[in-house]
Design a protein around this ligand. Sequence first.
Ligand code: AMP
Ligand code: ZN
Length: 477
Amino acid sequence: MPDLRFYNTLARQVEPFAPLEPGKVRMYHCGPTVYQRPHVGNYRAFLFADLLRRVLEQRGFQVTQVMNLTDVGHIQGDADAGEDKLEAEARKRRIDPWELTRRVAEQFFADLRALQVRPAHHYPRATDHIPEMVAMVEKLLQRGCAYQVGHNVYFDVSRFPEYGKLSGNRVQDLEAGARLEINPEKRHPADFALWKSDPAHIMKWATALGPNGFPGWHIECSAMSRKYLGETFDIHTGGEDNVFPHHECEIAQSEGATGKPFVKLWMHTKFLMVDGGKMAKSLGNVYTLDDIAARGFSPLDLRFFILRSHYRGSLNFTWEALAGAAEARKSLCDFKGRLAAEFNRIIGYDPNQWSPVVAATREAFQVAINDDLNASAALASVFELRNRYLRGQLEPSEFRWAEVFLAEVDDLFTFLEAGHSGPDFTSDQVERLLQERALARQQKDFKKSDAIRAQLASAGIVIEDSSSGTRWHRGGI
Ligand code: AMP
Ligand code: ZN
C-alpha cells in the first residue's frame, strides 16, 4: 500500500507521515467555542478530524484523539482585549454564561452523534483546566518568556525568535500592520495575553496570578493538549483561520514553556463558504443541523457533502449543492442495497481471491485517500464501480467483493445508510406490508398497493417487482 502523506502547514508541503512513536498517533483538534450552536462551517473542521482519525485507524494506528471545548476567554475577533464571546452572548440571551456553555455543549454532542462522528477520547473544557493553565503561565514567567503588568500576563514575542514560523507573519511585519490593537500595557504590539484580570468578568478565578483572573484563548489549547497528549505530539488541526494568531501563539507558548518541539504535523481545513461568501450571522446565512433537517436533508447528506470534497479545496455551501450531494449519496446507498439484494444470485464467489476489478478499484481508492486525504478522487472510484455494476459489467461472483469494498469505504465515510427522516420499519414490518401490498394487487386495489409502496419509499425502502416475486432493500432513491 502507498505511504500516507499529508500537507503540513508548518513545512508548507506534502510530507510522508511518520508517527513519533511506532504504531501510535496522538492528535489534538481545536474544538468549538461553545457560545452558539456550531454551524455547518464548524462541522467542516470537525468532520475532517473524524475522517483523519478513521483513516489512521484503518491503517492500523492506535489513535488518541482530543478535541477541546472553549468555554471561556475567547475574545471577539480573536483579539486579546475586548469582550469575551461567551459572556457577550450570555448577556444578550440573559442567561448565566455557565448555563449557556452547558447548553451549547450538549447541543454540540447531539450534533456529533447525528453526524456519526466517532467520539474523541477526551473533550476537555477550558474551565476544568485552570490550574494547568496557571502552571504553564508561571513557567513562561520563570523562563523569561512572559511579563506581568498588574494582574495581566503577556507573552513576550521577542523572547521567541521562531514566532511566525507557522503563519509566515514575522514580528517586524506585524508591527507595521494594522491588524494588532494598540495596548499600552504591551511591550510589543505582537505580544499577546496569556492571562487577564477583570473584576467585571463573570467567569473568573482567584489564582497565584492574582484575583479575578481568566485565561487567554491560546493558553487553553497549549495547556490542555499538553495534559492529554504530552509536550510533543503528532498532529494538531483546526480551520484555516486558526493558523494565525491561535496556532502561532500556541507554538510560542508550548515551545517557550518546554523548550521542546510542540507538534510535528499541522493540518488546516479550508473554510466552508456560504453562497460564495463568509458565513456570518449578520448576513443571515449561518446554518445549523436543524436548518438542514427543516429542508428535508439528513445529517448524513451534510456529512457526505462535506467529506466528498478535499479538505484543503474550496467548498461552497448552497442548497442546490447539498441536494446534489444527497442525490449522489442516495445513489451509492442504492448500489449497496442492490448488492445486498443480489445475495441469491451470487455464484462462483471465492472468499480467498479478490475480484481483480474490485481490487483495482480499492487500490485507486486507497491511493487517493493516502494522498493527503483526496476524498473526491477516492469517491470517484466508488462511483466508477457502481457504474460498472449498472452497466452489467460486474460478474455475480464479484458482488460480494464489491460489498466488502463498500464496507471499507463506509468505515471511513459513514454515509451508506438511508439516514432518512421518515418512518423506520423493521424487516418484519416491511415483509408484512409487502404481503398486504401483494394482496391488494391481487384484488386490483392499486390505490392501496401504491400507497404501501409510497409508505415504504418514504422510509428509504426500495421494492422491485419481477416475475420471480418482489425483492426489497434499504437505502434507495
Ligand atoms: P470556533 O467555534 O469559532 O472556535 O471554531 C471552531 C472550529 O471551527 C475552528 O477550528 C475553526 O477554525 C473552525 N471553523 C469556523 N468556521 C469555519 C468554516 N466556515 N469552515 C471551516 N471551519 C470553520
Ligand atoms: Zn485551539
